[in-house]
Design a protein around this ligand. Structure first.
Ligand code: MEV
Length: 307
């Protein structure tokens, strides 16, 4: 951090997997997400000229506005938090653009760190969610807020646009395995693709989105009851709907088949699709087999248990 002054404050936030409901959640259906332990880390200080160091890149928010999305996103985040003079350094522990909510984790980690700095220096405690969403919207255009809610609250979460996220309490632990199947596509591009299809064939796409919403409702009940077998089936059905929506890829479909063949209860793409990650729900005694089915094909994997 070049032009920094004062003590630093650090904060982290986790990524997420969406168990059901991506894309439909943009149009008002519910979604269910689980926060990941890994995500993003941010360190901030007060400074005369704001700047963001993200990996190898430095964005200086001087008098000439930097048109780069990360610079605009950081400016939007600071504006939402009601401050300007912040130097930040942020890094990711999960791949970006792969459906794991990396940009939301960055936004929440940055907002948390800046808020704590403001609390110490002014006593003011602005809200995280609008700041993280202001950041996220620069990248995603029409973000529903599910990724930033999952990064902020963690755990297993029921989300619906415009309402408070609700914590879900699984009747039985959810054992999840996540695989990075291939490079992801931009969320903005995928969300815009669905919007374009919806504009061209409104009734068909709306009925597909509604049917995903109905799966989410049933899945919420399964989670509460601990009916993981049924939940897995609903996740696989959700994947089929995402295939019909045109957001899956042959590699994602194949990764789901590999997981099911290895004994997963259900498997689907997670996030915006067009590449990126798949998630499988497993019984504890099949976790090793599903992991082996994926890592044996050179896929990078993460495990998550949500209770
Ligand atoms: C991305 O993780 C989930 C989408 O539904 C977009 C959004 O809800 O903002 C594809």
């Amino acid at each position: 951090m070049g032009n920094t002054l004062g003590p630093s404050v650090s904060a982290s936030a986790g990524g997420k997997v969406i168990l059901l409901g991506e894309h439909a959640v943009v149009y008002g259906s519910g979604a269910i997400a689980v926060g990941l332990d890994q995500g993003a880390h941010a360190e901030v200080r007060e400074t005369p000229v704001a700047e963001l160091v993200l990996g190898e890149r430095r964005y200086v928010l001087g008098p000439e506005p930097d048109p780069a999305p990360a610079a605009r996103a950081f400016a939007a985040l600071l504006e939402s938090l009601g401050t300007v003079g912040i130097a930040a350094e942020a890094r990711l522990e999960i791949p970006a653009g792969a459906g794991l909510g990396a940009s939301a984790a960055l936004g929440v980690a940055l907002a948390r760190a800046v808020r704590e700095l403001l609390r110490r220096s002014t006593g003011r405690v602005p809200a995280i969610a609008p700041a993280a969403l202001a950041w996220e919207n620069v990248f995603h255009g029409n973000a529903s807020g599910v990724d930033t809610a999952a990064a902020e609250y963690g755990g297993c979460l029921a989300f619906r646009r415009g309402t408070e996220p609700r914590a879900l309490h699984p009747g039985r632990p959810l054992e999840l395995v996540v695989a990075l199947v291939e490079p992801g596509a931009s969320t903005r591009h995928m969300v815009e693709g669905v919007a374009a299809r919806r504009a061209a064939e409104r009734a068909g796409i709306d009925s597909l989105l509604d049917s995903i919403g109905a799966l989410v409702e049933r899945a919420g009940a399964c989670i509460a009851l601990g009916d993981n077998a049924q939940l897995g089936q609903l996740m696989s059905e959700n994947h089929e709907r995402l295939v019909a929506l045109g957001v899956s890829t042959p590699r994602l479909d194949q990764a789901c088949r590999w997981a099911l063949e290895a004994g997963a209860l259900g498997a689907k793409l997670t996030g915006a699709g067009g590449g990126g990650c798949a998630v499988a729900l497993v019984e504890a005694d099949r976790r090793a087999a599903v992991l082996e089915a994926w890592t044996g094909r050179a896929l990078r994997c993460w495990e998550k248990r949500s209770e």
